[in-house]
Design a binder for this molecule. Sequence first.
Ligand code: GLN
Length: 483
Amino acid sequence: MIDVSTLTLKEIVSSLEKEKFSSEELVLAYQKRIKDVDEDLNSVLEISPTAQDDAKKIDKARAEGKSLGKLAGVPVLLKDNMMVKGWGNTSGSQILEGHKSIYNATVVERLKKAGAILLGRTNMDEFAMGSSTETSHFGPTKNPWDKKRVPGGSSGGSAVAVAAGLAPIALGSDTGGSIRQPASLCGVVGLKPTYGRVSRYGLMAMASSLDQIGPFARTVEDVAFLMSTIEGKDSKDATSVELKDTSVPELMNPSVDGMKIGIPKEYFLKGMDKDVEKLVMNAVAELEKGGAKVEEISMPHTEYALATYYIIMPCEASSNLGRYDGLRYGYHSTGNNLAETYSLSRGEGFGPEVKRRIMLGSYALSAGYYDAYYRKALKVRSLIKQDFDEAFKHVDAIVTPTSPSIAWKLGEKFGDPLTMYLSDIYTITANLATVPAISLPCGFSKDMPVGLQLMGRPFDEYTLFRIGMYYQNLTEWHKRIPV
Ligand code: GLN
Protein backbone atom coordinates (compact mmCIF):
# COMPACT_ATOMS: atom_id res chain seq x y z
CA MET A 1 0.00 0.00 0.00
CA ILE A 2 1.17 3.54 -0.77
CA ASP A 3 2.65 5.43 2.17
CA VAL A 4 0.52 8.56 2.03
CA SER A 5 1.70 10.08 5.30
CA THR A 6 4.00 12.67 3.74
CA LEU A 7 2.64 13.10 0.22
CA THR A 8 2.05 16.61 -1.07
CA LEU A 9 -0.53 17.58 -3.67
CA LYS A 10 2.19 18.28 -6.20
CA GLU A 11 3.73 14.85 -5.72
CA ILE A 12 0.34 13.18 -6.02
CA VAL A 13 -0.61 15.01 -9.21
CA SER A 14 2.67 14.05 -10.80
CA SER A 15 2.52 10.42 -9.64
CA LEU A 16 -1.04 10.04 -10.91
CA GLU A 17 -0.06 11.52 -14.27
CA LYS A 18 2.88 9.16 -14.54
CA GLU A 19 0.60 6.32 -13.40
CA LYS A 20 2.93 5.40 -10.52
CA PHE A 21 -0.26 4.61 -8.66
CA SER A 22 -3.96 4.88 -9.40
CA SER A 23 -6.45 7.15 -7.75
CA GLU A 24 -8.26 4.12 -6.37
CA GLU A 25 -5.06 2.89 -4.67
CA LEU A 26 -4.57 6.35 -3.28
CA VAL A 27 -8.10 6.58 -1.91
CA LEU A 28 -7.78 3.14 -0.31
CA ALA A 29 -4.48 4.13 1.29
CA TYR A 30 -5.97 7.31 2.77
CA GLN A 31 -9.05 5.47 3.98
CA LYS A 32 -6.85 2.92 5.71
CA ARG A 33 -4.77 5.63 7.30
CA ILE A 34 -7.90 7.37 8.55
CA LYS A 35 -9.05 4.08 10.09
CA ASP A 36 -5.65 3.47 11.65
CA VAL A 37 -4.88 6.85 13.17
CA ASP A 38 -8.06 8.89 13.37
CA GLU A 39 -9.83 7.00 16.08
CA ASP A 40 -7.76 8.98 18.58
CA LEU A 41 -7.59 12.23 16.67
CA ASN A 42 -11.29 12.47 15.77
CA SER A 43 -10.65 14.75 12.80
CA VAL A 44 -12.83 12.96 10.23
CA LEU A 45 -16.54 12.70 10.97
CA GLU A 46 -17.53 10.61 7.97
CA ILE A 47 -15.83 8.94 5.06
CA SER A 48 -17.69 9.23 1.77
CA PRO A 49 -19.11 5.85 0.72
CA THR A 50 -18.62 6.72 -2.96
CA ALA A 51 -14.96 7.81 -2.87
CA GLN A 52 -13.59 4.52 -4.17
CA ASP A 53 -16.05 4.40 -7.08
CA ASP A 54 -15.40 8.03 -7.89
CA ALA A 55 -11.68 7.24 -8.02
CA LYS A 56 -12.26 4.27 -10.29
CA LYS A 57 -14.11 6.51 -12.73
CA ILE A 58 -11.16 8.90 -12.89
CA ASP A 59 -8.73 6.00 -13.36
CA LYS A 60 -10.85 4.70 -16.22
CA ALA A 61 -11.04 8.12 -17.86
CA ARG A 62 -7.27 8.43 -17.55
CA ALA A 63 -6.71 5.00 -19.07
CA GLU A 64 -8.94 6.01 -21.98
CA GLY A 65 -6.83 9.11 -22.56
CA LYS A 66 -9.66 11.54 -21.76
CA SER A 67 -8.72 15.07 -20.82
CA LEU A 68 -8.79 15.43 -17.04
CA GLY A 69 -9.07 18.30 -14.58
CA LYS A 70 -6.20 19.72 -12.53
CA LEU A 71 -7.10 17.68 -9.45
CA ALA A 72 -8.02 14.48 -11.26
CA GLY A 73 -8.01 11.63 -8.79
CA VAL A 74 -6.78 13.68 -5.81
CA PRO A 75 -8.58 13.06 -2.50
CA VAL A 76 -9.77 16.09 -0.56
CA LEU A 77 -11.49 16.48 2.80
CA LEU A 78 -14.11 19.12 3.47
CA LYS A 79 -15.10 20.91 6.65
CA ASP A 80 -18.51 19.75 7.81
CA ASN A 81 -20.14 23.11 7.00
CA MET A 82 -19.84 22.77 3.20
CA MET A 83 -22.78 21.09 1.56
CA VAL A 84 -22.26 17.97 -0.48
CA LYS A 85 -25.45 16.58 -1.98
CA GLY A 86 -26.50 13.46 -0.09
CA TRP A 87 -24.03 13.93 2.76
CA GLY A 88 -25.14 14.42 6.34
CA ASN A 89 -23.53 17.82 6.88
CA THR A 90 -24.06 19.14 10.40
CA SER A 91 -21.67 22.07 11.00
CA GLY A 92 -20.60 20.14 14.07
CA SER A 93 -24.01 20.68 15.65
CA GLN A 94 -26.64 18.48 17.14
CA ILE A 95 -29.31 20.72 15.67
CA LEU A 96 -28.45 19.37 12.21
CA GLU A 97 -28.22 15.74 13.23
CA GLY A 98 -29.95 13.67 10.59
CA HIS A 99 -29.86 16.51 8.06
CA LYS A 100 -29.06 15.58 4.47
CA SER A 101 -27.65 18.20 2.12
CA ILE A 102 -29.77 18.58 -0.99
CA TYR A 103 -27.31 20.46 -3.16
CA ASN A 104 -23.59 21.00 -3.65
CA ALA A 105 -21.71 24.06 -2.49
CA THR A 106 -20.02 25.90 -5.36
CA VAL A 107 -16.58 24.87 -4.08
CA VAL A 108 -17.77 21.27 -4.18
CA GLU A 109 -18.97 21.65 -7.77
CA ARG A 110 -15.63 23.16 -8.70
CA LEU A 111 -13.60 20.48 -6.97
CA LYS A 112 -15.63 17.82 -8.74
CA LYS A 113 -15.16 19.58 -12.05
CA ALA A 114 -11.41 19.57 -11.43
CA GLY A 115 -11.64 15.81 -10.87
CA ALA A 116 -11.02 15.80 -7.11
CA ILE A 117 -12.27 12.86 -5.06
CA LEU A 118 -14.36 13.99 -2.08
CA LEU A 119 -13.03 11.81 0.69
CA GLY A 120 -15.18 12.87 3.62
CA ARG A 121 -16.10 15.61 6.06
CA THR A 122 -14.05 16.93 8.96
CA ASN A 123 -14.82 17.91 12.52
CA MET A 124 -15.26 21.55 13.52
CA ASP A 125 -16.40 23.79 16.32
CA GLU A 126 -20.18 23.99 16.33
CA PHE A 127 -21.19 26.40 13.55
CA ALA A 128 -17.52 27.44 13.38
CA MET A 129 -17.74 29.17 16.75
CA GLY A 130 -14.57 28.43 18.62
CA SER A 131 -10.79 28.31 18.48
CA SER A 132 -10.14 24.75 19.62
CA THR A 133 -12.63 22.36 17.95
CA GLU A 134 -13.88 21.54 21.44
CA THR A 135 -17.40 22.91 20.90
CA SER A 136 -18.21 20.22 18.33
CA HIS A 137 -21.20 18.07 19.22
CA PHE A 138 -19.12 15.13 18.01
CA GLY A 139 -16.35 15.48 20.56
CA PRO A 140 -13.06 17.37 20.39
CA THR A 141 -10.41 16.83 17.74
CA LYS A 142 -6.89 16.31 19.07
CA ASN A 143 -3.60 17.77 17.95
CA PRO A 144 -1.46 15.11 16.23
CA TRP A 145 1.73 16.66 17.66
CA ASP A 146 0.46 16.06 21.19
CA LYS A 147 -2.90 14.44 21.69
CA LYS A 148 -3.34 16.18 25.02
CA ARG A 149 -3.50 19.48 23.18
CA VAL A 150 -6.11 21.21 21.04
CA PRO A 151 -5.64 21.53 17.27
CA GLY A 152 -7.03 25.07 17.17
CA GLY A 153 -10.31 25.84 15.49
CA SER A 154 -12.80 26.09 14.21
CA SER A 155 -11.51 24.11 11.19
CA GLY A 156 -9.49 21.84 13.50
CA GLY A 157 -10.54 18.65 11.72
CA SER A 158 -9.24 19.81 8.34
CA ALA A 159 -5.95 21.08 9.81
CA VAL A 160 -5.35 17.86 11.74
CA ALA A 161 -6.23 15.70 8.75
CA VAL A 162 -3.61 17.41 6.59
CA ALA A 163 -1.00 17.42 9.38
CA ALA A 164 -1.56 13.72 10.09
CA GLY A 165 -1.50 12.74 6.41
CA LEU A 166 -5.17 11.75 6.20
CA ALA A 167 -5.56 13.81 3.04
CA PRO A 168 -3.08 15.90 1.04
CA ILE A 169 -5.45 18.87 0.98
CA ALA A 170 -8.58 20.02 2.76
CA LEU A 171 -10.94 22.98 2.81
CA GLY A 172 -11.91 25.03 5.82
CA SER A 173 -13.74 28.26 6.48
CA ASP A 174 -12.37 31.35 8.20
CA THR A 175 -14.51 34.03 9.84
CA GLY A 176 -11.98 35.23 12.40
CA GLY A 177 -9.03 32.89 11.98
CA SER A 178 -10.56 29.44 11.67
CA ILE A 179 -8.25 28.34 8.86
CA ARG A 180 -5.03 30.13 9.84
CA GLN A 181 -5.05 29.48 13.57
CA PRO A 182 -5.50 25.67 13.37
CA ALA A 183 -3.00 25.61 10.48
CA SER A 184 -0.54 27.36 12.78
CA LEU A 185 -1.20 25.08 15.75
CA CYS A 186 -0.93 21.92 13.61
CA GLY A 187 2.09 22.90 11.48
CA VAL A 188 0.45 23.15 8.06
CA VAL A 189 -0.32 25.95 5.60
CA GLY A 190 -3.74 27.61 5.61
CA LEU A 191 -5.05 30.53 3.58
CA LYS A 192 -7.94 32.85 4.20
CA PRO A 193 -8.50 34.33 0.76
CA THR A 194 -9.65 37.88 0.15
CA TYR A 195 -13.36 38.31 0.89
CA GLY A 196 -15.05 37.68 -2.46
CA ARG A 197 -12.37 35.45 -3.96
CA VAL A 198 -14.15 32.17 -3.23
CA SER A 199 -17.90 31.65 -3.46
CA ARG A 200 -19.67 30.82 -0.20
CA TYR A 201 -22.74 29.36 -1.88
CA GLY A 202 -23.47 26.19 0.04
CA LEU A 203 -21.33 27.15 3.03
CA MET A 204 -23.43 27.18 6.19
CA ALA A 205 -23.26 30.85 7.11
CA MET A 206 -21.78 32.07 10.37
CA ALA A 207 -21.09 35.79 9.87
CA SER A 208 -21.68 36.63 6.24
CA SER A 209 -19.58 39.78 6.00
CA LEU A 210 -16.54 37.88 7.32
CA ASP A 211 -16.81 34.23 6.17
CA GLN A 212 -14.43 32.88 3.53
CA ILE A 213 -13.65 29.35 2.38
CA GLY A 214 -9.99 28.49 1.93
CA PRO A 215 -7.47 25.68 1.58
CA PHE A 216 -5.14 23.69 3.84
CA ALA A 217 -2.06 21.90 2.52
CA ARG A 218 1.52 21.14 3.50
CA THR A 219 3.04 23.66 1.13
CA VAL A 220 2.23 27.15 -0.09
CA GLU A 221 2.56 25.89 -3.64
CA ASP A 222 -0.19 23.31 -3.02
CA VAL A 223 -2.41 25.95 -1.47
CA ALA A 224 -2.00 28.15 -4.55
CA PHE A 225 -2.70 25.21 -6.82
CA LEU A 226 -5.86 24.29 -4.93
CA MET A 227 -7.01 27.92 -4.91
CA SER A 228 -6.80 28.05 -8.69
CA THR A 229 -9.50 25.36 -8.86
CA ILE A 230 -12.04 26.89 -6.44
CA GLU A 231 -11.73 30.67 -6.80
CA GLY A 232 -13.59 33.15 -8.98
CA LYS A 233 -16.96 34.69 -9.69
CA ASP A 234 -20.06 32.65 -9.00
CA SER A 235 -23.50 33.90 -9.97
CA LYS A 236 -24.90 32.18 -6.87
CA ASP A 237 -22.86 34.34 -4.45
CA ALA A 238 -23.31 38.04 -5.11
CA THR A 239 -20.24 38.87 -3.02
CA SER A 240 -17.94 36.80 -5.24
CA VAL A 241 -15.75 38.77 -7.60
CA GLU A 242 -14.55 38.39 -11.16
CA LEU A 243 -10.80 37.90 -10.81
CA LYS A 244 -8.19 39.69 -12.88
CA ASP A 245 -5.46 37.26 -11.87
CA THR A 246 -6.08 33.68 -10.94
CA SER A 247 -3.70 31.73 -8.74
CA VAL A 248 -1.23 30.12 -11.08
CA PRO A 249 1.62 28.77 -9.04
CA GLU A 250 3.58 27.62 -12.07
CA LEU A 251 4.23 31.19 -13.15
CA MET A 252 5.53 32.33 -9.83
CA ASN A 253 8.98 33.56 -9.25
CA PRO A 254 9.55 32.99 -5.57
CA SER A 255 11.86 35.87 -4.74
CA VAL A 256 11.40 38.55 -2.14
CA ASP A 257 14.12 40.84 -3.41
CA GLY A 258 12.99 44.45 -3.19
CA MET A 259 9.71 43.57 -1.53
CA LYS A 260 8.57 45.81 1.33
CA ILE A 261 7.43 44.07 4.47
CA GLY A 262 5.74 45.74 7.43
CA ILE A 263 5.91 44.61 11.04
CA PRO A 264 3.02 46.20 12.94
CA LYS A 265 4.23 47.17 16.38
CA GLU A 266 0.74 46.73 17.86
CA TYR A 267 0.95 42.98 17.22
CA PHE A 268 4.07 42.47 19.30
CA LEU A 269 2.86 43.41 22.73
CA LYS A 270 2.58 41.73 26.08
CA GLY A 271 0.90 38.36 26.24
CA MET A 272 2.79 36.89 23.32
CA ASP A 273 4.82 33.77 23.93
CA LYS A 274 8.54 34.69 23.74
CA ASP A 275 9.40 31.66 21.59
CA VAL A 276 6.65 32.56 19.12
CA GLU A 277 8.02 36.08 18.84
CA LYS A 278 11.56 34.82 18.34
CA LEU A 279 10.60 32.34 15.62
CA VAL A 280 8.55 34.92 13.75
CA MET A 281 11.42 37.39 13.90
CA ASN A 282 13.82 34.67 12.66
CA ALA A 283 11.56 34.22 9.65
CA VAL A 284 11.53 37.97 9.08
CA ALA A 285 15.34 37.90 9.17
CA GLU A 286 15.33 35.21 6.44
CA LEU A 287 13.19 37.45 4.25
CA GLU A 288 15.52 40.35 4.90
CA LYS A 289 18.48 38.22 3.82
CA GLY A 290 16.62 37.58 0.59
CA GLY A 291 16.51 41.29 -0.13
CA ALA A 292 13.17 42.26 1.43
CA LYS A 293 13.02 45.64 3.09
CA VAL A 294 11.53 45.32 6.52
CA GLU A 295 10.06 48.27 8.38
CA GLU A 296 8.06 48.78 11.52
CA ILE A 297 4.58 50.08 10.85
CA SER A 298 1.71 51.17 13.06
CA MET A 299 -1.88 49.96 12.89
CA PRO A 300 -3.36 52.01 15.71
CA HIS A 301 -6.87 50.55 15.74
CA THR A 302 -5.72 46.97 16.27
CA GLU A 303 -6.58 47.14 19.95
CA TYR A 304 -10.28 47.51 19.11
CA ALA A 305 -10.39 44.57 16.70
CA LEU A 306 -11.43 41.88 19.14
CA ALA A 307 -14.25 43.96 20.64
CA THR A 308 -15.42 44.93 17.15
CA TYR A 309 -15.39 41.35 15.93
CA TYR A 310 -17.29 40.09 18.98
CA ILE A 311 -20.12 42.51 18.20
CA ILE A 312 -20.32 42.11 14.43
CA MET A 313 -19.87 38.33 14.33
CA PRO A 314 -22.57 37.47 16.93
CA CYS A 315 -24.98 39.97 15.34
CA GLU A 316 -24.65 38.33 11.95
CA ALA A 317 -24.60 34.84 13.43
CA SER A 318 -27.75 35.42 15.47
CA SER A 319 -29.52 36.39 12.30
CA ASN A 320 -28.05 33.57 10.15
CA LEU A 321 -28.87 30.93 12.73
CA GLY A 322 -32.51 32.00 12.90
CA ARG A 323 -33.25 29.44 10.19
CA TYR A 324 -32.63 26.49 12.53
CA ASP A 325 -36.12 26.27 13.92
CA GLY A 326 -36.39 22.56 14.60
CA LEU A 327 -39.01 22.23 11.89
CA ARG A 328 -37.23 22.43 8.59
CA TYR A 329 -34.14 20.38 9.21
CA GLY A 330 -32.39 18.27 11.78
CA TYR A 331 -33.17 18.14 15.47
CA HIS A 332 -36.80 18.55 16.58
CA SER A 333 -38.36 18.73 20.00
CA THR A 334 -42.14 19.02 20.33
CA GLY A 335 -43.68 21.68 22.55
CA ASN A 336 -47.29 22.59 23.33
CA ASN A 337 -47.33 25.33 20.72
CA LEU A 338 -45.14 26.70 17.94
CA ALA A 339 -43.18 29.10 20.13
CA GLU A 340 -42.44 26.37 22.63
CA THR A 341 -41.41 23.98 19.85
CA TYR A 342 -38.93 26.57 18.56
CA SER A 343 -37.68 27.23 22.02
CA LEU A 344 -37.23 23.59 22.98
CA SER A 345 -35.67 22.60 19.65
CA ARG A 346 -33.19 25.46 19.70
CA GLY A 347 -32.57 25.22 23.41
CA GLU A 348 -31.74 21.52 23.19
CA GLY A 349 -30.22 21.47 19.70
CA PHE A 350 -27.62 24.25 20.05
CA GLY A 351 -24.59 24.00 22.33
CA PRO A 352 -23.68 26.64 24.94
CA GLU A 353 -21.20 28.64 22.82
CA VAL A 354 -23.67 29.00 19.97
CA LYS A 355 -26.42 30.07 22.37
CA ARG A 356 -24.08 32.59 23.99
CA ARG A 357 -23.42 34.20 20.64
CA ILE A 358 -27.05 34.18 19.55
CA MET A 359 -27.92 35.98 22.78
CA LEU A 360 -25.06 38.47 22.45
CA GLY A 361 -26.01 39.18 18.86
CA SER A 362 -29.73 39.48 19.48
CA TYR A 363 -29.05 41.84 22.35
CA ALA A 364 -26.68 44.04 20.36
CA LEU A 365 -29.15 44.26 17.47
CA SER A 366 -32.21 45.03 19.54
CA ALA A 367 -33.95 48.41 19.47
CA GLY A 368 -32.07 50.96 21.52
CA TYR A 369 -28.79 49.03 21.39
CA TYR A 370 -28.30 48.80 17.64
CA ASP A 371 -26.66 52.21 17.36
CA ALA A 372 -24.63 51.84 20.52
CA TYR A 373 -23.18 48.47 19.56
CA TYR A 374 -23.67 47.30 16.01
CA ARG A 375 -23.44 50.62 14.20
CA LYS A 376 -20.51 51.68 16.32
CA ALA A 377 -18.72 48.40 15.63
CA LEU A 378 -19.19 48.95 11.90
CA LYS A 379 -17.58 52.38 12.24
CA VAL A 380 -14.60 50.95 14.08
CA ARG A 381 -14.35 48.25 11.44
CA SER A 382 -13.88 51.02 8.85
CA LEU A 383 -11.06 52.46 10.94
CA ILE A 384 -9.37 49.06 11.12
CA LYS A 385 -9.73 48.73 7.36
CA GLN A 386 -8.19 52.19 6.97
CA ASP A 387 -5.16 51.05 9.00
CA PHE A 388 -4.61 48.36 6.38
CA ASP A 389 -5.18 50.73 3.43
CA GLU A 390 -2.65 53.11 4.93
CA ALA A 391 -0.11 50.34 5.60
CA PHE A 392 -0.39 48.96 2.08
CA LYS A 393 0.56 52.36 0.67
CA HIS A 394 4.04 51.65 2.06
CA VAL A 395 4.42 47.88 2.26
CA ASP A 396 3.58 44.88 0.08
CA ALA A 397 2.84 42.52 2.93
CA ILE A 398 2.42 42.54 6.69
CA VAL A 399 4.05 39.89 8.86
CA THR A 400 2.78 38.84 12.29
CA PRO A 401 2.49 35.66 14.33
CA THR A 402 -0.69 33.72 13.56
CA SER A 403 -1.38 32.81 17.18
CA PRO A 404 0.08 34.34 20.33
CA SER A 405 0.87 30.88 21.70
CA ILE A 406 1.41 27.26 20.72
CA ALA A 407 -1.48 24.80 21.06
CA TRP A 408 -2.78 24.66 24.61
CA LYS A 409 -4.02 21.69 26.60
CA LEU A 410 -7.50 20.31 25.93
CA GLY A 411 -9.91 21.83 28.42
CA GLU A 412 -7.50 24.60 29.42
CA LYS A 413 -9.52 27.48 27.95
CA PHE A 414 -12.80 25.66 27.48
CA GLY A 415 -15.43 27.25 29.70
CA ASP A 416 -13.56 30.57 29.78
CA PRO A 417 -14.88 32.32 26.67
CA LEU A 418 -12.90 35.53 27.03
CA THR A 419 -9.55 33.71 27.23
CA MET A 420 -10.60 31.62 24.25
CA TYR A 421 -11.58 34.75 22.27
CA LEU A 422 -8.18 36.31 22.99
CA SER A 423 -6.46 33.53 21.09
CA ASP A 424 -7.80 35.07 17.84
CA ILE A 425 -6.21 38.42 18.45
CA TYR A 426 -3.90 38.32 15.41
CA THR A 427 -6.22 36.73 12.90
CA ILE A 428 -9.53 38.61 13.14
CA THR A 429 -8.21 41.88 11.70
CA ALA A 430 -7.76 40.31 8.26
CA ASN A 431 -11.43 39.28 8.25
CA LEU A 432 -12.59 42.70 9.41
CA ALA A 433 -10.44 44.35 6.72
CA THR A 434 -11.38 41.66 4.12
CA VAL A 435 -7.70 41.18 3.14
CA PRO A 436 -6.02 37.84 2.34
CA ALA A 437 -3.87 36.18 4.98
CA ILE A 438 -1.88 32.97 5.07
CA SER A 439 -0.30 31.00 7.90
CA LEU A 440 2.75 28.82 7.36
CA PRO A 441 5.03 26.90 9.72
CA CYS A 442 8.06 28.86 10.94
CA GLY A 443 9.49 26.66 13.67
CA PHE A 444 8.77 24.72 16.84
CA SER A 445 8.49 25.59 20.48
CA LYS A 446 8.33 22.76 23.04
CA ASP A 447 8.01 20.39 20.06
CA MET A 448 4.82 22.12 18.95
CA PRO A 449 4.51 24.01 15.63
CA VAL A 450 4.46 27.81 15.40
CA GLY A 451 2.89 29.73 12.51
CA LEU A 452 3.87 32.86 10.66
CA GLN A 453 1.07 35.03 9.28
CA LEU A 454 1.41 37.06 6.09
CA MET A 455 -1.34 39.54 5.20
CA GLY A 456 -1.63 41.21 1.81
CA ARG A 457 -3.55 43.75 -0.25
CA PRO A 458 -7.05 42.73 -1.28
CA PHE A 459 -6.85 40.17 -4.12
CA ASP A 460 -3.06 40.11 -3.94
CA GLU A 461 -2.74 36.50 -2.78
CA TYR A 462 0.05 36.26 -5.34
CA THR A 463 2.44 38.27 -3.14
CA LEU A 464 1.68 36.05 -0.15
CA PHE A 465 2.33 32.94 -2.26
CA ARG A 466 5.62 34.39 -3.49
CA ILE A 467 6.87 35.16 0.00
CA GLY A 468 5.60 31.85 1.36
CA MET A 469 7.16 29.79 -1.42
CA TYR A 470 10.42 31.64 -1.08
CA TYR A 471 10.46 30.91 2.65
CA GLN A 472 9.52 27.25 2.23
CA ASN A 473 12.29 26.78 -0.34
CA LEU A 474 14.75 27.86 2.34
CA THR A 475 13.32 26.04 5.33
CA GLU A 476 12.31 22.54 6.30
CA TRP A 477 9.67 23.25 8.98
CA HIS A 478 6.82 22.19 6.71
CA LYS A 479 8.51 18.85 6.08
CA ARG A 480 8.38 17.75 9.71
CA ILE A 481 5.49 15.46 10.45
CA PRO A 482 3.99 14.33 13.74
CA VAL A 483 4.93 10.80 14.77
N1 GLN B 1 -12.36 31.55 16.77
C1 GLN B 1 -13.15 32.59 16.18
C2 GLN B 1 -14.54 32.53 16.73
O1 GLN B 1 -14.78 31.75 17.58
C3 GLN B 1 -13.14 32.48 14.69
C4 GLN B 1 -14.00 31.41 14.20
C5 GLN B 1 -13.99 31.30 12.71
O2 GLN B 1 -13.14 31.86 12.03
N2 GLN B 1 -14.97 30.60 12.20
O3 GLN B 1 -15.40 33.24 16.33
